[in-house]
Design a protein around this ligand. Structure first.
Ligand SMILES: Cc1ncc(COP(=O)(O)O)c(C=O)c1O
Length: 284
């Protein structure tokens, strides 16, 4: 449940007092951007990376954010304190807040709103079952995948609605049948001591993905290759997992008809990630 206090226009306010016009640009034109940030024990995990990404996403959509990175980090901390949270998920939204009904949003001002929720563990599931999404990812020249923009998630939402019964999430494929990512996390495959993950061409270069590649793999002496992965080859891997701020490290037991066994490599990555988050990430 969303916590009582939000942060808007530079200060903490009651969440239910934040109001929006129905003509808000982002509602019609999907021009809002956001970032999802996690705190563990009251500390913001990878704070600078999240705020830098929020700013990049905002700049891509022409938003002017009138707060410095330090202001935004302080806002996150203030929000968590005001709600008396320790392990929390913070959503930072930037959107045009005006009633210009043309899509140009000329002279519009950008509003920054943050809200939080207690977030001890994303899911009780031990493994996720994935089905391929009914919608394909357009080529990178058609969509800014490195921005966390609401437009990306319209397809996630549609695909979740079309997901077959019993599956937890969807796996997006490109129009050339290559693996991209899930609706809200990156995907890795395991073969022996080697990890494979799609390039960041058709997937968000997620902050957790970077933690796995740059911090956990060297520590665990696992090799990692970023390359195109054809849907046809995913049955040849030993195991698979998802990663993201919200989901942390989540093993995958099925993709469509393909079954993956429990994997010591995935367990080791989850354990190392837990260490990095001071033992506070979900215990699976
Ligand atoms: C589409 C998508 N891919 C990947 C991720 C994982 O990114 P991160 O690890 O930065 O949370 C997310 C979550 O933000 C996402 O929404």
């Amino acid at each position: 449940m969303i916590s009582e206090i939000a942060w808007a226009d530079g200060r903490c306010v009651r969440f239910d007092e934040v109001s929006l016009s129905p003509a808000t640009h982002g509602l019609s034109y999907a021009t809002s951007v956001f970032d999802g940030i996690r705190t563990y024990g009251g500390s913001i995990f990878k704070c600078d990376d999240h705020i830098a990404r929020l700013r990049r996403s905002a700049e891509l959509f022409g938003h002017t954010v009138h707060y410095s990175d330090a202001d935004l980090a302080d806002a996150c901390r203030e929000l968590v304190r005001a709600n008396d949270l320790t392990d929390a998920y913070i959503k930072c939204l930037v959107f045009y807040d005006d009633t210009d009904v043309s899509f140009k949003a000329q002279g519009s001002s950008s509003k920054v709103v943050l809200f939080a929720l207690p977030f001890p563990s994303y899911s009780a599931a031990e493994h996720y079952r994935l089905s391929t999404a009914t919608w394909r990812r357009a080529p990178a020249s058609c969509h800014p995948y490195q921005a966390k923009t609401s437009s990306t998630y319209a397809l996630s939402y549609l695909s979740h609605r079309g997901r077959a019964d019993g599956y937890d999430d969807v796996l997006f494929l490109s129009t050339a049948d290559a693996v991209c990512e899930s609706s809200g996390s990156n995907v890795f495959f395991v073969k022996g001591d080697a990890l494979f993950t799609p390039t960041a061409e058709l997937a968000l270069d997620g902050i957790t993905r970077r933690v796995v590649i740059d911090e956990l793999c060297p520590r665990l002496k696992l090799s990692v290759t970023e390359r195109d992965i054809a849907y046809d080859e995913i049955g040849s891997f030993d195991a698979a997992f998802l990663c993201g701020t919200a989901i942390e490290i989540m093993g995958v037991s099925d993709i469509d008809e393909i079954r993956y066994a429990k994997s010591a490599v995935v367990d080791a990555i989850a354990t190392e990630y837990r260490r990095l988050t001071n033992g506070r990430s979900a215990i699976r």
